[in-house]
Design a protein around this ligand. Structure first.
Ligand code: PMP
Length: 423
């Protein structure tokens, strides 16, 4: 039976699309390693890892086994008053692999929810200390998710969240960090943020940012000294630092967590996406003993959040298998190889008149154009070239599974060159 694409078009909302003029969707019937198979039999090399998630591509033996074995035991059980080995094992792993000092784990269903949890932790922390604070400070061009708290700290102007501006809490925004990751550090880069901290620290609960790589807000790679400087300011002014590592976590930037580029630990970290290797939705927010204990000794006495699917055993079991696989695999070697190949294979794009800049960090390659692309047209061309790449705005970017072969990567980059050249 074929996929009823007509029904899909008429009834199913896809991410960020219209119900009256939806972007075309391609029916996919299976996926294996780095290949997606479309209904018509065409195979596409995956450049997206399903939005940063599928570290090892698709149909991964160890993850399949973990899911099947857990399914036979229990796929879900409430986390209120009950616990289970997959959650305990996952918490142990997360505490041991995340930056030092993050000891208490809150499991939730998605990246956006883990950000809400982080914001609530920060607010409850100050409330517990009887110093209530009501604002967050962040940097321009950030992206933290689609729920309201997360949207409030996502760049409010010129972004897809502009619509809700009047409803969202007003947060403080410093300019986007200017110094690129691999350029000489400009000490003035932190000036505006420092000033905002000086002027407003009494009411700032936390600084929240995506460490090193700003994803959906522009695929910008900024200098590690900036992140170090933010940590120092937080220490100086007694502010919490929330690192949103939902996209950057699990090795994507060349370090297991991007905070490691600056040798810092945040007070709260959000992780998601690649945690289950792209198998199912799961996220986690980790914090320090001090914050967790302060919250717990406060007037509320508890942390006020508890989703129905918290600690879902099936997702935890797959996450455990995924993290074990990651740690037993030379992921660092794989990412270094992808990084150097991306630099080589994408270099010709920099010569094209349509291209403003080409940048690569870890297993992320970005080609920024001068003009926004027409997604439907460009997508179609990519599919014709046998690759799965989903551009947005002026950005064509890839973050392939770590197991991608050199030939497949070359094919992805060659397709980008050809499609941009023809546009
Ligand atoms: N933060 C960052 C940095 C992200 O990239 C995303 C997802 N694009 C989110 C938060 C939201 O995660 P989710 O889509 O799982 O809610």
């Amino acid at each position: 039976m074929s996929i009823d694409l007509q029904f899909d078009t008429q009834h199913l909302w896809h991410p960020y699309t219209s119900m009256t003029e939806p972007l075309p969707c391609y029916g996919v019937v299976s996926a294996d390693k780095c290949l997606l198979t479309l209904e018509n039999g065409k195979q596409l090399i995956d450049g997206m890892s399903s939005w940063w998630a599928c570290l090892f591509g698709y149909n991964v033996e160890e993850l399949n086994t973990a899911a099947k074995q857990q399914l036979d035991k229990m796929s879900h059980v409430m986390f209120g008053g009950l616990t289970h080995q997959p959650a305990v094992d996952l918490a142990k792993k997360l505490v041991s692999i995340t930056p030092v000092g993050l000891e208490k784990v809150f499991l939730s269903d998605s990246g956006s929810v883990s950000v809400e949890v982080a914001l609530k932790m920060a607010l409850q922390y100050w409330h517990a200390l009887d110093k209530p604070k009501s604002q967050f400070l962040t940097i321009r061009n950030g992206y933290h998710g689609d729920t309201f708290g997360a949207m409030s700290v996502t760049d409010p102007e010129g972004s897809m969240h502009e619509l809700y501006h009047n409803f969202l809490p007003r947060q403080l925004f410093a300019p986007q960090p200017k110094t690129p990751f691999d350029q000489p550090w400009d000490t003035h880069d932190l000036d505006m943020l420092s000033q905002l901290v000086k002027d407003n620290h009494a009411n700032i609960a936390a600084i929240i940012l995506e460490p090193i790589v700003q994803g959906a807000g522009g695929m910008h790679f900024y200098h590690s000294n900036y992140l170090q400087g933010v940590r120092t300011l937080c220490d100086q002014y007694d502010l919490l630092l929330i690192a949103d590592e939902i996209a950057t976590g699990f090795g994507r930037t060349g370090k297991l967590f991007a905070c490691e580029h600056a040798n810092i630990s945040p007070d709260i970290i959000c992780i998601g996406k690649a945690i289950t290797g792209g198998y199912m939705s799961l996220a986690a927010t980790l914090t320090t003993n001090h914050i967790a204990e302060t919250i717990s000794r406060g007037k509320a006495g508890v942390f006020m959040h508890g989703p129905t699917f918290m600690g879902n055993p099936l997702a935890c079991a797959v996450a455990n298998a995924n993290i074990e696989k990651l740690l037993s695999f030379d992921w660092q070697g794989a990412v270094v190889k992808i990084e150097s190949d991306l630099k080589g294979y994408l270099a010709p794009c920099a010569e094209l008149a349509q291209v403003k800049s080409v940048r690569v960090l870890g297993a992320i390659g970005v080609v920024q154009l001068h003009e926004p692309v027409d997604v439907a047209t460009v997508q179609k061309k990519f599919v014709e070239h046998g690759v799965w790449i989903r551009p947005f705005g002026k950005l064509i970017y890839i973050m392939p599974p770590y197991i991608i072969s050199r030939t497949q990567l070359q094919h992805l980059c060659a397709a980008i060159f050809t499609v941009v050249n023809e546009s």
